[in-house]
Design a protein around this ligand. Structure first.
Ligand code: PLP
Length: 220
């Protein structure tokens, strides 16, 4: 049995008070998640809609974050369950979120998922595309509020090597955060996972998404 309490204390010791810890709970049971909540975890992250639905009624009150790729046809299932969607990378997805949020008479907080300029990844968008997308969302999605940026760093053996990537995303965060609009209110720079959250914090992350360092290795 994993020492969730001990792991959590060790992770917390590395995180300044003004950095939000989102405990990533994918593949883990409501019982395990509730141990973390009893230890004071306020925010949890899941990357699959189905896992949120399966666990939602069995987990103590907590703020849920959708951190993984989100298909447009699944937005309707989680629109009233999550506090922040980290993975918005297209206008199509933002528009669906807007539509469902309007139906529930709420405004959904989102992050734009970005890549470093040179990174060819399946999800997330490049620096050049980011600015255009932000303006399109602000122009068309009245029930969406843009709260910041999210990224997943390239996998490197030494997390120190990810720092230039994090630095670049922080520069984008500062640049786009200066846009003046009533539905743009940058508060979260979501970057850093179990192996690289300390490097991410050094480069300005104020929200880290940590799973295996708290709950142990995932078994799929
Ligand atoms: C799984 C996951 C994490 C956490 O990964 P760990 O290496 O277990 O800390 C963070 N962000 C996203 C988007 C994930 O899917």
């Amino acid at each position: 049995m994993e020492d969730i309490k001990g792991n959590l204390a060790a992770v917390r010791a590395n995180i300044p008070e003004d950095v939000l810890l989102v405990a990533v709970t994918k593949t883990h049971t409501p019982q395990e998640i509730n141990i973390a909540i009893d230890e004071g975890v306020t925010d949890i992250g899941e990357n699959k809609v189905q896992e949120i639905l399966d666990k939602y009624d069995h987990v103590k009150p907590v703020r849920w974050h959708l951190i993984g790729h989100l298909q447009t046809n699944k937005v309707k299932y989680i629109i009233d369950k999550v506090c922040l969607i980290h993975s918005v990378d297209s206008l199509k997805l933002a528009k669906e979120i807007d539509k469902r949020a309007a139906q529930h008479d709420l405004t959904m907080d989102i992050l734009i998922q970005v890549n470093a300029a040179e990174e060819e990844s399946k999800f997330g968008i490049t620096t050049d595309e980011t600015e255009g997308l932000i303006h399109e969302i602000l122009d068309t999605c009245e029930h969406v509020r843009i709260k910041g940026l999210m990224c997943i760093a390239p996998m490197v053996d030494d997390p120190e090597d990810a720092r230039p990537f994090f630095r670049e995303v922080k520069e984008q965060y500062d640049k786009f955060g200066a846009i003046e609009h009533e539905r743009l209110d940058f508060q979260y720079l979501s970057m850093g996972m179990s192996h690289d959250y300390q490097a991410a914090i050094k480069e300005g992350a104020n929200l880290v998404r940590v799973g295996s360092a708290i709950f142990g290795t995932r078994v799929y």
